[in-house]
Design a protein around this ligand. Structure first.
Ligand SMILES: NC(=O)c1ccc[n+]([C@@H]2O[C@H](COP(=O)([O-])OP(=O)(O)OC[C@H]3O[C@@H](n4cnc5c(N)ncnc54)[C@H](OP(=O)(O)O)[C@@H]3O)[C@@H](O)[C@H]2O)c1
Length: 269
């Protein structure tokens, strides 16, 4: 029997690299994609050595309109099909809607929402034909919290990622396919995310109990998708915060978010 293949976006760092490690450890082959080819090559070599898996390295910028087609063409050229997809690539766009360009906002939507939806849309026919698919869409705890000043589209896009996952999960279930779709909603996680968006110094002021390592976050995601859960919030602290966000009256939740935004984001200029 041929080994299953997981396609992981944003595999060059953080949560994506950890997904690659954990899928490889579970006996899957992995197709790694992100922009930094050197990082992907190094990870691929390491995984081949430690887990004896096959790897594909596909350097692509998801901001490009043809990126998804290019990634899928490389998988096909290698004679493989995708059994598992992890839509993970992402970043935070610093600043506000007032002081950022539309080009940057549009690119953000493409990388964090349009490209993931396109990948799911283009992979579903093959998955349903083979009656097998596992899809993890990396959303965020902020998909549950009110919109806030700064990083304007981050929360809306992550909320959409949760709803999108629930919808496709329900459609696959209604069709009777063995295709599971899960939105993974991490809270603060130790990766390069806050270095890349320039908020490291401020975000590190968040209390230690709020932070998780990528390992248990990814473990929760893979476990949830295997069990057919449409959404998973990893970690007791994040589950508590998600519940609080649902229970608090909206005006109070907005007040709390406003205070947090002032603390952790630069909203001036
Ligand atoms: N860390 C947290 O606290 C946290 C919390 C909740 C949710 N998340 C979500 O978790 C996911 C992974 O983030 P992370 O924390 O692991 O951050 P990270 O360490 O900065 O990794 C982000 C990954 O996304 C890739 N990426 C960024 N822009 C890309 C583009 N235009 N095209 C292709 N790949 C791109 C990066 O690779 P290249 O630079 O090589 O392209 C990198 O592999 C994101 O969706 C993020 O929103 C993170």
């Amino acid at each position: 029997m041929t080994r299953r293949l997981a396609l992981i976006t944003g595999a060059s760092a953080g949560i994506g690299a950890e997904f690659a490690r954990q899928y490889a450890a579970r006996g899957w082959d992995v197709a790694l994609t992100a922009r930094r080819a050197d990082r992907l090559e190094a990870l691929a070599l390491d995984l081949e050595k430690h887990f004896g898996c096959s790897t594909l390295v596909i350097a692509q910028d998801l901001a490009g309109a043809q990126a998804v087609d290019a990634i899928l063409a490389e998988v096909k050229e290698a004679g493989r099909h995708v059994d598992g997809l992890v839509n993970n690539a992402g970043y935070g766009l610093p600043g506000t809607f007032f002081n950022t360009s539309w080009a940057d906002q549009e690119t953000f939507i493409r990388v964090l929402f349009t490209a993931p939806c396109e990948l799911v849309h283009k992979l579903l026919p093959g998955m349903s034909e083979r009656n097998y698919g596992r899809i993890v869409n990396v959303a965020s705890l902020v998909g549950y919290t009110p919109g806030s000043a700064g990083h304007t589209l981050y929360a809306p896009v992550k909320a959409a990622m949760i709803k999108f996952s629930e919808s496709v999960h329900a459609e696959a279930k209604a069709a009777g396919h063995d295709i599971h779709v899960t939105a993974l909603c991490p809270g603060l996680t130790w990766t390069e995310f806050h270095d890349v968006n320039g908020t490291r110094a401020r975000t590190n002021q968040a209390p230690a109990w709020m932070w998780m390592q990528a390992g248990p976050v990814v473990e929760a995601g893979i476990d949830a998708v295997e069990r057919g859960m449409p959404v998973v919030v990893p970690g007791g602290q994040n589950k508590g915060l998600a519940t609080l966000a649902k229970l608090l009256p909206d005006p109070i939740a907005r007040m709390v978010m406003a205070e947090q935004s002032k603390r952790f984001r630069d909203l001036k200029d």
